[in-house]
Every structure is written in structure tokens, then in C-alpha cells.
Unconditional design. Structure first.
Length: 243
């Protein structure tokens, strides 16, 4: 190379100073293809950079959305086996057929606590003791358990029957059957007059009534004749009619 000579630039596309982008009109026919190729590479790089930026922006947005969903998603509690406690149903109750219960009461039987029927109930109990048949309850056999009397009178009658023996009858305090009997209430509360008619005359015996066990009926508790009750003496006097 000769000193002082200007060597032409092998690349006519690279221009000095500010002429970095010469137009095609300044190029020769030999330089135009290289200009187009270089310009095409630069344009391709620009497009590729834009696409890369858009792709990175899309990836960042997708990742951010994923993180947001992950944070807002409720934590899943591991579900274990569920134990259900079931209460056994109460067994069905089968309705039982109605059972009619019949209560048989000794006749007559009227409540002792009913003030409206008290006299009638007392008289009804006395009629069981001294029926129209002429013989008092229990006086034939000496068994007074089925008679409407109190427990102490039952024991007293049995003791008198065993001591006196027949023909004395401790219930009626007589020694024979009567022809008729009349029962009436007295002025004294819970007291009845029992009047026996015998072939030879009439005699009246007073009978004291009390409420029986549970107050369900009236029962006799004492008899009085000529002022002497059944408990006053070892052998109470009889109340039979003369003759």
C-alpha cells in the first residue's frame, strides 16, 4: 500500500459520520443486494425483540395470575373417615287391644265418703249383716271373714262364737231366727237401729258403722244392747225378744 493514498472502503454500506443509513439511490447496483440483506436482518432482529418482550410479558402475567389463584384458594383439610352416630329409632309401639277390667264389689257397696248416699250405704251394709232370711252373716258357721265388719269386730265375734257355742249367735246377739228386720238411721252419726221381730216380740240393737279399709264401703264396728257393747264384757248380754 502506498503512503498518502486513499483506500476505498470494502463495505460501501458503512458510511462515515452521520450517514449510517444510506438510501438505495446512493448505492451502486453491486451494493444494493447487500443493503437489502443487512436491512432485512436489522428488521428481523427488531421483530424478534418485540416478540420476545411480548412473550416474557405474557409469561409474567400468567405466572402472576397463577400465584393469585394459589394464594386465594382455600386450604384443603384432609378429610378422614366420617363417623356418623346414628340414634336407633324407638321401636314402634303396637297398640294393644283395650282390655275391659271389671271390678266386682260386694253387694251392696257404696262409697263411704259420699255424704249424699251415706245413710243408704250404711243401711245397705247392715242389710248384708242382717238379711231378711232371719239369720245374721256368719252366725251359722262362725266364719265372719266375708261379712262387712271391722277387723277387731271380726276377731271379737269369732272369740264369742267359740266360747258361747250354739244356740247363742254373737252377730245378732240372739238365739233364734227372726221373722223380719227393720233398719233405720238414728240421730247419732254413723249409727243404725236394727229392729228384729221375733215370734214373741220385737227388740232393737244399735249398730255402729265405720268406713272400711280404703274408705270404699261401710262396715260394722260394734253392737249395743241394753247399754252394753260387744266389747264390754266377757259374755255380752243377748238382745233377744222375751218369750
Amino acid at each position: 500500500m502506498t503512503r498518502g493514498m486513499t483506500v476505498p472502503d470494502p463495505d460501501p454500506l458503512r458510511q462515515p459520520d452521520n450517514d449510517l443509513h444510506p438510501g438505495p439511490d446512493r448505492l451502486t447496483a453491486l451494493d444494493l443486494p447487500r443493503y437489502r440483506q443487512r436491512h432485512s436482518r436489522q428488521t428481523g432482529r427488531g421483530h424478534l425483540g418485540l416478540l420476545t418482550a411480548l412473550l416474557l410479558l405474557f409469561i409474567a402475567a400468567a405466572f402472576g395470575a397463577f400465584l393469585l389463584v394459589l394464594v386465594q384458594a382455600p386450604a384443603k383439610v384432609p378429610s378422614g373417615p366420617t363417623s356418623a352416630t346414628s340414634t336407633p329409632a324407638a321401636p314402634a309401639t303396637t297398640p294393644s287391644p283395650a282390655t275391659a277390667t271389671m271390678t266386682t264389689s260386694p253387694s251392696p257397696s257404696v262409697s263411704a265418703t259420699s255424704s249424699a248416699t251415706t245413710p243408704a250405704a250404711q243401711e245397705a251394709a247392715a242389710l248384708v249383716l242382717f238379711p231378711a232370711s232371719g239369720s245374721a252373716c256368719g252366725d251359722v258357721t262362725g266364719d265372719y271373714a266375708s261379712c262387712p265388719v271391722s277387723s277387731r269386730m271380726e276377731q271379737r265375734l269369732a272369740a264369742l262364737y267359740a266360747v258361747a257355742g250354739r244356740p247363742y249367735r254373737p252377730m245378732c246377739r240372739c238365739s233364734r231366727n227372726w221373722d223380719s228386720v227393720d233398719i233405720s238411721e238414728t240421730a247419732a252419726p254413723s249409727t243404725l237401729d236394727v229392729t228384729f221381730t221375733f215370734p214373741g216380740g220385737r227388740v232393737t240393737m244399735m249398730v255402729s258403722m265405720v268406713a272400711g279399709p280404703g274408705g270404699s264401703e261401710w262396715v260394722a264396728d260394734d253392737t249395743t244392747c241394753d247399754g252394753a257393747d260387744i266389747y264390754s264384757q266377757t259374755d255380752p248380754p243377748a238382745c233377744w225378744a222375751p218369750g
